[in-house]
Design a protein around this ligand. Structure first.
Ligand SMILES: Nc1ncnc2c1ncn2[C@@H]1O[C@H](COP(=O)(O)OP(=O)(O)OP(=O)(O)O)[C@@H](O)[C@H]1O
Ligand SMILES: [Mg+2]
Length: 196
Protein backbone atom coordinates (compact mmCIF):
# COMPACT_ATOMS: atom_id res chain seq x y z
CA UNK A 1 0.00 0.00 0.00
CA UNK A 2 2.70 2.49 1.03
CA UNK A 3 6.38 2.64 0.34
CA UNK A 4 8.84 2.62 3.20
CA UNK A 5 9.58 6.36 3.13
CA UNK A 6 5.86 7.20 3.32
CA UNK A 7 5.40 4.79 6.21
CA UNK A 8 8.42 6.20 8.04
CA UNK A 9 7.11 9.74 7.60
CA UNK A 10 3.63 8.84 8.90
CA UNK A 11 5.01 7.00 11.93
CA UNK A 12 7.24 9.94 12.77
CA UNK A 13 4.56 12.60 12.29
CA UNK A 14 1.35 10.89 13.35
CA UNK A 15 2.54 8.47 16.03
CA UNK A 16 5.38 10.70 17.14
CA UNK A 17 7.85 7.82 17.16
CA UNK A 18 11.34 8.46 15.90
CA UNK A 19 12.36 5.69 13.53
CA UNK A 20 14.39 7.44 10.84
CA UNK A 21 17.89 6.24 10.07
CA UNK A 22 19.34 9.46 11.46
CA UNK A 23 17.40 9.52 14.71
CA UNK A 24 17.31 5.84 15.57
CA UNK A 25 19.48 3.58 13.39
CA UNK A 26 18.84 0.27 15.23
CA UNK A 27 15.04 0.68 15.28
CA UNK A 28 15.11 1.86 11.66
CA UNK A 29 17.04 -1.21 10.62
CA UNK A 30 14.79 -3.57 12.61
CA UNK A 31 11.52 -2.15 11.34
CA UNK A 32 12.49 -1.62 7.71
CA UNK A 33 14.13 -5.00 7.10
CA UNK A 34 12.43 -7.06 4.35
CA UNK A 35 9.54 -9.33 5.26
CA UNK A 36 11.26 -12.54 4.19
CA UNK A 37 14.27 -11.91 6.42
CA UNK A 38 14.37 -13.54 9.85
CA UNK A 39 15.23 -11.20 12.64
CA UNK A 40 16.54 -11.82 16.14
CA UNK A 41 16.75 -8.71 18.31
CA UNK A 42 18.37 -8.44 21.71
CA UNK A 43 17.25 -5.40 23.71
CA UNK A 44 17.05 -4.47 27.37
CA UNK A 45 14.10 -3.41 29.54
CA UNK A 46 12.38 -0.22 28.44
CA UNK A 47 14.48 0.05 25.29
CA UNK A 48 11.56 -0.02 22.86
CA UNK A 49 10.92 -3.73 22.19
CA UNK A 50 7.13 -3.47 22.15
CA UNK A 51 7.30 -0.29 20.07
CA UNK A 52 9.49 -2.01 17.47
CA UNK A 53 7.34 -5.15 17.41
CA UNK A 54 4.16 -3.13 16.85
CA UNK A 55 5.71 -0.88 14.18
CA UNK A 56 7.19 -3.95 12.46
CA UNK A 57 3.78 -5.63 12.35
CA UNK A 58 2.16 -2.46 10.97
CA UNK A 59 4.97 -2.23 8.41
CA UNK A 60 4.17 -5.79 7.28
CA UNK A 61 0.58 -4.69 6.73
CA UNK A 62 0.99 -1.18 5.30
CA UNK A 63 4.21 -1.63 3.31
CA UNK A 64 4.44 -5.35 2.50
CA UNK A 65 0.67 -5.99 2.06
CA UNK A 66 0.72 -8.97 4.44
CA UNK A 67 -2.87 -9.85 5.43
CA UNK A 68 -3.48 -9.31 9.18
CA UNK A 69 -4.93 -12.85 9.48
CA UNK A 70 -1.51 -14.33 8.70
CA UNK A 71 0.28 -12.52 11.50
CA UNK A 72 0.81 -14.04 14.93
CA UNK A 73 2.36 -12.00 17.74
CA UNK A 74 3.04 -13.59 21.08
CA UNK A 75 4.74 -12.86 24.37
CA UNK A 76 5.01 -14.39 27.82
CA UNK A 77 2.49 -12.71 30.08
CA UNK A 78 -1.18 -11.86 29.65
CA UNK A 79 -0.47 -8.26 30.53
CA UNK A 80 2.20 -7.90 27.84
CA UNK A 81 0.01 -9.71 25.30
CA UNK A 82 -2.90 -7.40 25.90
CA UNK A 83 -0.63 -4.34 25.75
CA UNK A 84 0.71 -5.60 22.43
CA UNK A 85 -2.76 -6.09 21.02
CA UNK A 86 -4.11 -2.74 22.12
CA UNK A 87 -1.06 -0.90 20.73
CA UNK A 88 -1.42 -2.66 17.36
CA UNK A 89 -5.12 -1.79 17.20
CA UNK A 90 -4.74 1.83 18.24
CA UNK A 91 -1.66 2.71 16.17
CA UNK A 92 -2.97 0.71 13.20
CA UNK A 93 -6.17 2.70 13.31
CA UNK A 94 -4.47 6.06 13.78
CA UNK A 95 -2.49 5.48 10.60
CA UNK A 96 -5.60 4.32 8.79
CA UNK A 97 -7.61 7.40 9.82
CA UNK A 98 -4.80 9.65 8.68
CA UNK A 99 -4.65 7.97 5.26
CA UNK A 100 -8.44 8.01 4.87
CA UNK A 101 -8.50 11.77 5.47
CA UNK A 102 -5.89 12.44 2.81
CA UNK A 103 -7.13 12.53 -0.81
CA UNK A 104 -3.62 11.83 -2.01
CA UNK A 105 -4.19 8.24 -0.85
CA UNK A 106 -7.70 7.83 -2.32
CA UNK A 107 -6.47 4.96 -4.50
CA UNK A 108 -5.93 2.78 -1.44
CA UNK A 109 -9.04 3.91 0.47
CA UNK A 110 -11.10 0.81 -0.47
CA UNK A 111 -8.27 -1.42 0.73
CA UNK A 112 -7.95 0.57 3.95
CA UNK A 113 -11.65 0.25 4.71
CA UNK A 114 -11.37 -3.53 4.50
CA UNK A 115 -8.36 -3.75 6.79
CA UNK A 116 -9.24 -5.69 9.92
CA UNK A 117 -6.48 -5.50 12.51
CA UNK A 118 -8.57 -7.70 14.80
CA UNK A 119 -7.61 -10.67 12.65
CA UNK A 120 -4.05 -10.53 13.94
CA UNK A 121 -3.56 -13.40 16.37
CA UNK A 122 -2.15 -12.27 19.69
CA UNK A 123 -1.94 -13.89 23.10
CA UNK A 124 0.41 -15.79 25.36
CA UNK A 125 1.99 -19.02 24.13
CA UNK A 126 -0.43 -20.92 26.40
CA UNK A 127 -3.58 -19.18 25.23
CA UNK A 128 -2.67 -19.48 21.53
CA UNK A 129 -1.87 -23.19 21.94
CA UNK A 130 -5.18 -23.71 23.72
CA UNK A 131 -7.06 -21.98 20.87
CA UNK A 132 -5.31 -24.10 18.24
CA UNK A 133 -6.06 -27.33 20.10
CA UNK A 134 -9.69 -26.32 20.58
CA UNK A 135 -10.14 -25.48 16.90
CA UNK A 136 -8.49 -28.65 15.62
CA UNK A 137 -9.77 -31.24 18.11
CA UNK A 138 -11.62 -34.39 16.97
CA UNK A 139 -15.35 -33.85 16.50
CA UNK A 140 -17.22 -34.49 19.74
CA UNK A 141 -14.13 -34.56 21.92
CA UNK A 142 -14.03 -32.18 24.90
CA UNK A 143 -12.15 -28.91 24.45
CA UNK A 144 -8.76 -28.94 26.17
CA UNK A 145 -8.10 -26.50 29.00
CA UNK A 146 -4.86 -25.21 30.42
CA UNK A 147 -4.61 -26.68 33.91
CA UNK A 148 -5.15 -23.86 36.35
CA UNK A 149 -5.38 -23.96 40.13
CA UNK A 150 -8.86 -25.43 40.44
CA UNK A 151 -8.33 -28.29 37.98
CA UNK A 152 -4.86 -28.98 39.33
CA UNK A 153 -6.17 -29.35 42.86
CA UNK A 154 -9.08 -31.58 41.74
CA UNK A 155 -6.63 -33.81 39.87
CA UNK A 156 -4.32 -33.97 42.86
CA UNK A 157 -7.18 -35.19 45.01
CA UNK A 158 -8.60 -37.67 42.53
CA UNK A 159 -5.40 -39.16 41.13
CA UNK A 160 -2.92 -38.33 43.86
CA UNK A 161 -4.83 -38.88 47.08
CA UNK A 162 -8.08 -40.86 46.65
CA UNK A 163 -6.39 -43.47 44.47
CA UNK A 164 -5.42 -46.46 46.65
CA UNK A 165 -6.59 -44.41 49.66
CA UNK A 166 -3.29 -42.59 49.82
CA UNK A 167 -4.84 -39.89 51.96
CA UNK A 168 -4.85 -42.45 54.80
CA UNK A 169 -1.10 -43.10 54.58
CA UNK A 170 0.24 -42.29 58.04
CA UNK A 171 3.71 -41.08 57.03
CA UNK A 172 2.32 -38.75 54.37
CA UNK A 173 -0.22 -37.29 56.80
CA UNK A 174 2.38 -36.73 59.50
CA UNK A 175 4.77 -35.14 57.03
CA UNK A 176 2.12 -32.71 55.75
CA UNK A 177 0.85 -31.78 59.22
CA UNK A 178 4.43 -31.10 60.22
CA UNK A 179 4.93 -28.90 57.15
CA UNK A 180 1.71 -27.03 57.86
CA UNK A 181 2.44 -26.54 61.54
CA UNK A 182 -0.98 -27.64 62.83
CA UNK A 183 -3.55 -30.40 62.38
CA UNK A 184 -6.44 -27.94 62.81
CA UNK A 185 -8.97 -28.36 59.96
CA UNK A 186 -6.64 -30.77 58.20
CA UNK A 187 -8.50 -32.53 55.36
CA UNK A 188 -7.98 -33.97 51.89
CA UNK A 189 -8.31 -30.58 50.15
CA UNK A 190 -5.65 -29.16 52.47
CA UNK A 191 -3.42 -32.14 51.73
CA UNK A 192 -3.81 -31.55 47.98
CA UNK A 193 -2.98 -27.86 48.37
CA UNK A 194 0.16 -28.58 50.35
CA UNK A 195 1.30 -31.22 47.90
CA UNK A 196 0.87 -28.87 44.95
N1 LIG B 1 11.39 5.28 18.41
C1 LIG B 1 10.84 5.81 19.51
N2 LIG B 1 10.48 7.11 19.52
C2 LIG B 1 9.91 7.67 20.61
N3 LIG B 1 9.68 7.01 21.76
C3 LIG B 1 10.03 5.70 21.81
C4 LIG B 1 10.63 5.03 20.71
N4 LIG B 1 10.86 3.74 21.05
C5 LIG B 1 10.43 3.62 22.31
N5 LIG B 1 9.95 4.78 22.79
C6 LIG B 1 9.38 5.03 24.12
O1 LIG B 1 10.17 4.40 25.10
C7 LIG B 1 9.36 3.83 26.11
C8 LIG B 1 9.63 2.33 26.21
O2 LIG B 1 9.22 1.69 25.00
P1 LIG B 1 8.60 0.22 24.98
O3 LIG B 1 7.46 0.10 25.92
O4 LIG B 1 8.36 -0.12 23.55
O5 LIG B 1 9.86 -0.59 25.51
P2 LIG B 1 9.96 -2.13 25.95
O6 LIG B 1 11.36 -2.55 25.64
O7 LIG B 1 8.85 -2.91 25.34
O8 LIG B 1 9.75 -1.98 27.52
P3 LIG B 1 9.51 -3.19 28.59
O9 LIG B 1 10.85 -3.79 28.83
O10 LIG B 1 8.96 -2.43 29.77
O11 LIG B 1 8.52 -4.13 27.97
C9 LIG B 1 7.92 4.14 25.73
O12 LIG B 1 7.48 5.29 26.41
C10 LIG B 1 8.01 4.37 24.24
O13 LIG B 1 6.99 5.21 23.79
MG1 LIG C 1 7.39 -4.18 26.27
Amino acid sequence: MLDWSEYEKIVTQILNRKISHNENPPQNQAISSPKNQSLFLVAGPGSGKTTVMVLKILKFIYVDDVPPSSILATTFTRKAASELRSRILSWGDEIRQYLLNDKQYSKIHPKLKNLDFNQIITGTLDSISEDVLRTHRDPGSPPPVVIEDFVASALMMRVGLFKEDRYHVKDLKEFLVDLRGTSFNFNVAEMAKLLL
